[in-house]
Design a protein around this ligand. Structure first.
Ligand code: GLU
Length: 427
């Protein structure tokens, strides 16, 4: 795999849209290269007294539509190429839902499960101290991503505000409620995916559905619970270690609770505090992806579905709750098979949408009720989903290409409004 492979793949998705939707050449130029890339070494005093230096990144990909926005990932596989790709996707994701944001992303190469809570705090504060000059409420606004959460965002906003000697809640979203977080941010990614699925489901020929979820983190569990609550059957779930299949459907909340308590993935139901096992099969990750289901929701990391395994997919619809789970090669295979992919930049945009609501609340100093958050999120997700569905129908292109076209319309308008050679020739 070449150093730049993920980014090169991400660019192919944009190129497909550029082939059917012409933008000003300057817009295209601006979208090809990140505006700012920072690489830092974060010194952390470990609990045993030793010093470790962790590698961290922050990429401000593009700010045509507003300050850059995007999460911070903690994972041992994080690379600059990955962070750049994720920042690229954030640019289009924010544009797809019509947020006044550009795209950015951050990451630290670390296995957070190997750190103590205090080491994790020192790392999080150290990372923010290193990138403090490059972020800000109107400049670049981080948030949670894989293996980061509201506790970590709390340390980060505290550290940033100490450095600036000014309480600045709007610099980071996904914060604890007590530090200016928004109600409804916690389940927003899964909930947004659920709204997209529900509004498009019938158009895609699905009724009550059998669903398999690959990845049992924040997005996967919340999506699963909501889908189950309206009668869909979650027949399989996986985490990084194992996968389970349960014909009659699992109770997502019980499986989540069991995993929290024991670290293991097992089909159980709770009665009070007692968990009883439901008959289920252990399957491999590859078997989960190849299940005969209506919807497969990849909700873990990039490149879960590739040229190697795409042909084995039997799902009718793929709901990309993760970023970049389907490679362009796999996209081509799936398109030929008639599998509809609801792309990441639409399907998982619920998280950043409620991040935007949080930022608005921080600016106003006025906090909304949960119901307001849900109503506004639903409206935004459904509007974006229908807009993209219509482009997909009118232009006979994949939903992914349609999503990029929807984003390009907004990005191109902003680029032209800022001034291009064509504009100045007209004046
Ligand atoms: N990390 C999330 C994403 O990939 C959320 C980003 C945000 O809230 O800014 O969309």
């Amino acid at each position: 795999m070449s150093e730049d492979s993920l980014f090169a793949e991400a660019e192919k998705q944009l190129d497909k849209a550029l082939a059917i939707y012409k933008v000003d050449p300057e817009t295209e130029l601006r979208l090809k290269i990140p505006q700012l890339s920072v690489q830092v070494g974060i010194p952390v005093r470990m609990d045993d007294g030793s010093l470790q230096i962790f590698k961290g990144y922050r990429v401000r990909y593009n700010t045509l539509l507003g300050p850059s926005k995007g999460g911070i990932r903690y994972h041992h596989t994080v690379t600059f190429d990955e962070v750049k790709s994720l920042a690229f996707w954030m640019t289009f994701k924010c544009a797809v839902v019509g947020l006044p944001y550009g795209g950015g992303k951050g990451g630290v190469t670390v296995d957070p499960r190997a750190l103590s809570q205090m080491e994790l705090e020192r790392l999080s504060r150290g990372y923010i101290a290193q990138i403090a000059n490059f972020i800000g409420p109107d400049l670049d606004i981080p948030a949670p991503d894989v293996y980061t959460n509201s506790t970590i965002m709390g340390w980060m906003v505290d550290e940033f505000s100490k450095i600036k000697r000014d309480w600045t809640p709007g610099v980071i979203t996904g914060k604890p409620i007590s530090l200016g977080g928004s109600l409804g941010r916690d389940d927003a990614t899964g909930r947004g995916g659920f709204y997209v699925f529900e509004i498009l489901r019938e158009k895609l020929g699905l009724a009550q559905s059998k669903i398999a979820i690959q990845g049992f983190g924040n997005a996967g569990t919340h999506f699963g619970k909501l889908a189950q609550s309206v009668g869909h059957k979650i027949v399989a779930v996986s985490d990084s270690k194992s996968a389970i299949y349960c014909e009659q459907g699992i109770d997502v909340a019980s499986v989540e609770r069991f995993k929290k308590e024991t670290g293991k993935l097992k089909a159980v139901v709770y009665k009070g505090d007692v968990a009883s096992e439901v008959s289920h099969q252990e399957i491999t990750h590859e078997e989960l992806l190849a299940l005969q289901v209506d919807c497969l929701a990849p909700a873990a990391l990039e490149k879960a579905i590739t040229g190697q395994n795409a042909a084995s997919i039997k799902a009718k619809v793929i709901l990309e709750l993760a970023n970049g789970p389907v490679t362009p090669e796999a996209d081509g295979i799936l398109e030929k098979k008639g599998v509809v992919v609801l792309p990441d930049i639409l399907a998982n945009a619920g998280g950043v949408t409620v991040s935007y609501f949080e930022w608005v609340q921080n600016k106003e100093g006025y906090y909304w009720e949960l119901e307001d958050v849900h109503t506004k999120l639903k409206a935004k997700m459904e509007k974006a989903a229908l807009e993209i569905y219509n482009i997909h129908k009118d232009s006979s292109c994949s939903m992914r290409t349609a999503a990029y076209v929807a984003a390009l319309k907004r990005l191109d308008a902003a680029s032209q409004a800022r001034g291009t050679a064509a504009l100045f020739r007209r004046i």
